[in-house]
Design a protein around this ligand. Structure first.
Ligand SMILES: [Zn+2]
Length: 290
C-alpha cells in the first residue's frame, strides 16, 4: 500500500478500483484523450497509460493520519449501490476489509472529507445495514462544502427522475445529514491544524482540493480538478464530467502554475500507479515527476 509522509502527517492510498478507463469520445472522462493523442505524451507510459494509448485510472480513498486525528478524503463508490453506470453499479469490493487491515476500524475515523459530491467520492459515506443506509463511520464528522451541497441538491431537484444525482444524495449524503454528522464548510475552511481546503471550482461549482502542511512540507490532494496526469501536458483538456469546462480549465491552469517547480507533493485523486509526484515545467506545459 502506498504511503507518503508530509512532516508529522501520513497519507495512505486505499484502492477501490484500478484499470483502463474509456476516453476519447464526447462526454467521456477525457473527450480529447483518444489513443493517438495519449501516445504523443510519452512519459505517461508505463504508470498512467498503456503503450497503445489507453488511459489508466484509479478510484481510491486517501487516509490522512495527523498527530491528533484520522481523516478520510473521498470515499469512492461503495458497495450495494444501484447506479446508472455499469462500472459503479452494485459493487461488491473488499474496501472496508482493506481499511481494517491497515488498522483503521470504522469507529476510529474522526473525520471524512468529500472534495465534491459525485458518485465516486461519497460512496463509502454509508453502508447498507438492515435495509437502511447508515453512516459507515459512526463517530466521524463528515465535512462537505456548503456551496457543493447546495449545488448538488439544486441540480438533483431540477433533474428529478431524469437524473441520477437524487439517488446518490439519498443513499450517500442525506443519511449523514439525518444522523447529525454533516458539517457544511466554506471552500477555504481549515479542517485541522494541518489540513485546509482550497477552492478549485469548475468540475463542480463547489469543488475543493485539500492542502496538507506539516513541518514545512506540503501536499495537495487534487480531487477532480484534473482526472489524469495527461492534463499536465494538456492543461486545456477538460473532462466530459466537468460542470463548467471553461472554469475547470482556468482552475487547472492556475493550479499547475502555482505548484510547478515547487516541492509540493501533488496527490491525484484518480491517478493510477504511483499516484503522486511533483509538477515540473515541460516546454509550454508540465509533466508529473514521480
Ligand atoms: Zn471522481
Amino acid at each position: 500500500m502506498l504511503t507518503w509522509k508530509i512532516g508529522d502527517v501520513t497519507i495512505t492510498k486505499l484502492v477501490e478500483f484500478e484499470g483502463v478507463l474509456p476516453t476519447g469520445t464526447p462526454g467521456s472522462m477525457l473527450p480529447d484523450g483518444n489513443p493517438a493523442a495519449i501516445q504523443e505524451i510519452t512519459w505517461l507510459v508505463p504508470h498512467f497509460a498503456t503503450p497503445d494509448g489507453q488511459v489508466k485510472g484509479s478510484v481510491h480513498a486517501l487516509l490522512v493520519q495527523t498527530p491528533s486525528q484520522r481523516l478520510i478524503v473521498d470515499t469512492c463508490i461503495g458497495n450495494d449501490k444501484p447506479r446508472a453506470a455499469p462500472m459503479f453499479n452494485m459493487l461488491q469490493t473488499g474496501f472496508l476489509r482493506d481499511l481494517e487491515a491497515v488498522g483503521w476500524r470504522r469507529d476510529s475515523v474522526d473525520a471524512v472529507l468529500c472534495t465534491h459530491l459525485h458518485v465516486d467520492h461519497v460512496g463509502w459515506n454509508t453502508v447498507l445495514e438492515g435495509g437502511r443506509w447508515v453512516p459507515t463511520f459512526p463517530r466521524a464528522r463528515y465535512y462537505m462544502g456548503r456551496r457543493e451541497f447546495e449545488h448538488a441538491t439544486a441540480e438533483a431537484a431540477a433533474e428529478g427522475d431524469r437524473g441520477h444525482g437524487g439517488a446518490i444524495l439519498a443513499d450517500s449524503v442525506q443519511p449523514i445529514v439525518d444522523a447529525g454528522l454533516a458539517t457544511l464548510v466554506d471552500m477555504d475552511a481549515q479542517i485541522a491544524p494541518e489540513i485546509r481546503l482550497m477552492p478549485t471550482p469548475g468540475h463542480t461549482p463547489g469543488h475543493v482540493s485539500v492542502v496538507i502542511e506539516s513541518q514545512g512540507a506540503r501536499a495537495v490532494i487534487t480531487g477532480d480538478l484534473m482526472h489524469h496526469p495527461c492534463q499536465l501536458a494538456r492543461p486545456h483538456w477538460s473532462s466530459g464530467f466537468d460542470t463548467d469546462q471553461d472554469a475547470s480549465r482556468r482552475t487547472r491552469q492556475a493550479f499547475l502554475a502555482q505548484f510547478a517547480d515547487t516541492p509540493t507533493l501533488v496527490i491525484g485523486t484518480h491517478f493510477a500507479g504511483p499516484t503522486a509526484g511533483r509538477i515540473v515545467r515541460d516546454g509550454e506545459a508540465y509533466r508529473l515527476a514521480v
